[in-house]
Write a protein that binds this ligand. Structure first.
Ligand code: NAP
Ligand code: MG
Length: 401
């Protein structure tokens, strides 16, 4: 029997322990079974420095071309990293660069297994948090008001029309002031990305804001959602048997906790930041969180939500054994391969992605797991090191062909 054939995906390699896991996933779990075709970009810290970070930009454009990318965790440079690697400059976060080129929305969901019970008992299916990653407080103007005085919003139209002023507050004492913004183009991209994701996951889409209080800002988000769903997605949602549901954010929080999960929960930037942490802790471990960047024109980039696991890598460099969990990175690959298969009608590739996910979770359910999971699982057994875990998953996959 020959290996499974496929069209290429964009492969983005990364740093430290995540890179070690990445290599093992390919050599142990993918290449024995698939004639793996990738367009490879090495975004290791030193390679980005060599290429003046242009390889990050090229990788993002490659995803636009091939539609599907898989990404290993990468170091985001900071002052210590500049010193450690002798970098030419403090290069920006690759994720931020790729996101701005793909105009994407980030979807995060927990991978669930039977032996790790969510802290929230009602959750039996994963909840995906869809976070709009533009504007709001992350790009706000702020001012510490030192004395009494008048605060106004001033808008000056570019076409030379009359300026618009609105009183914010007439301060009688010191205070604080903030102005934030968003753009129709970005909000509309966000809505479309959420709709595409809900359709591809075949899950209901929820959106929640505080539109009763924020009658123009949040209200605009709500109206754009409703308008785009009504005019562009209504029949597709009906065909897929999924629904769009809007509710006030307070109500949504209460409903999420009581729900069984299995929904895509779209949130504005700050709400998504906070709620994704709440949801991930509710489910269990950071090493079990997948993340996918979806662009409105249907490009997909899959990655693990965790970082390069520097602390483990330092031990690995010293030749010590580590117990690093590769599951989120395995699921980044299976997510990318399944999407490739779906886009190309390659059923064999989709079936292999499923088989690998099943083998990985069955390994955990058989009691073989890394330390992060052993610490929170129902089993009271010891834990496997990184290599033992890979061998166990490999054994479960059986012989190629
Ligand atoms: P991290 O790599 O996510 O690791 C933080 C801690 O979480 C680890 O020390 C480990 O805890 C635990 N952990 C995370 N993933 C694990 C896994 N797969 N298996 C077992 N334990 C796991 O975050 P960080 O240490 O803050 O960041 C390290 C580097 O990653 C930084 O340079 C940062 O810029 C980068 N980063 C990249 C991305 C990305 O590319 N998407 C995301 C976040 C961070 P214990 O040590 O207690 O075992
Ligand atoms: Mg957060």
């Amino acid at each position: 029997m020959g290996k499974i054939q496929m069209n290429p995906v964009v492969e983005i390699d990364g740093d430290e322990m995540a890179r070690v896991l990445w290599g093992l996933i390919k050599s142990e779990l993918l290449e024995p079974f698939i004639d793996l075709k990738t367009e490879y970009y090495d975004l290791a810290m030193e390679k980005r420095d060599e290429a003046d970070d242009l390889n990050t930009v090229e990788a993002a454009h490659a995803i636009k071309r091939l539609k599907v990318g898989v990404k290993c965790a990468t170091i985001t440079a900071n002052a210590e990293r500049v010193e450690e690697f002798g970098l030419k400059k403090m290069w920006p976060s690759p994720n931020a660069t790729i996101r701005s080129i793909l105009d994407g929305t980030v979807f995060r969901a927990a991978i669930m297994t039977d032996c790790i019970k969510p802290y929230v008992r009602t959750w039996v299916r994963p909840i995906t948090v869809a976070r709009h990653a533009y504007g709001d407080i992350y790009a706000a103007a702020e001012y510490r008001v030192p004395t009494p005085g008048l605060a106004e919003l001033l808008f000056t139209p570019a076409d030379g029309g009359p300026p618009v002023r609105q009183t914010v507050y007439n301060f009688e004492c010191p205070g604080i002031l903030q102005a934030m913004h968003n753009k129709d183009s970005s909000m509309e991209s966000f809505v479309r990305a959420c709709c595409e994701f809900a359709l591809s996951a075949k899950q209901d889409l929820w959106f929640s804001t505080k539109d009763t209080i924020s009658k123009s800002y949040d209200q605009t988000f709500k109206q754009l959602f409703q308008h785009i769903i009504d005019t562009e997605y209504k029949s597709q949602f009906e065909q897929a048997g999924i629904e769009y549901f809007y509710t006030l954010i307070d109500d949504a929080v209460a409903r999420i906790i009581r729900s069984e999960g299995g929904v895509v929960w779209a949130l504005k930037n700050y709400d998504g930041d906070v709620m994704s942490d709440m949801v991930s802790s509710g489910f269990g471990s950071l090493a079990m969180m997948t993340s996918v960047l979806v662009s409105p024109d249907g490009n997909f980039e899959y990655e693990a939500a965790h970082g390069t696991i520097t602390r483990h890598y330092r031990r690995h460099q010293l030749g010590e054994s580590t117990s690093s969990n590769p599951i989120a990175s395995i699921f980044a690959w299976t997510g990318g391969l399944r999407k490739r298969g779906e886009l190309d009608g390659n059923d064999e590739l989709c079936a292999f992605a499923q088989k690998l996910e099943d083998a990985t979770l069955q390994t955990v359910e058989s009691g073989i797991m890394t330390k992060d999971l052993a610490d929170i699982s129902e089993f009271k057994a010891g834990h496997a090191d990184t290599f033992e875990f890979f061998s166990a998953v490999r054994a479960r996959l059986g012989d190629p062909g």
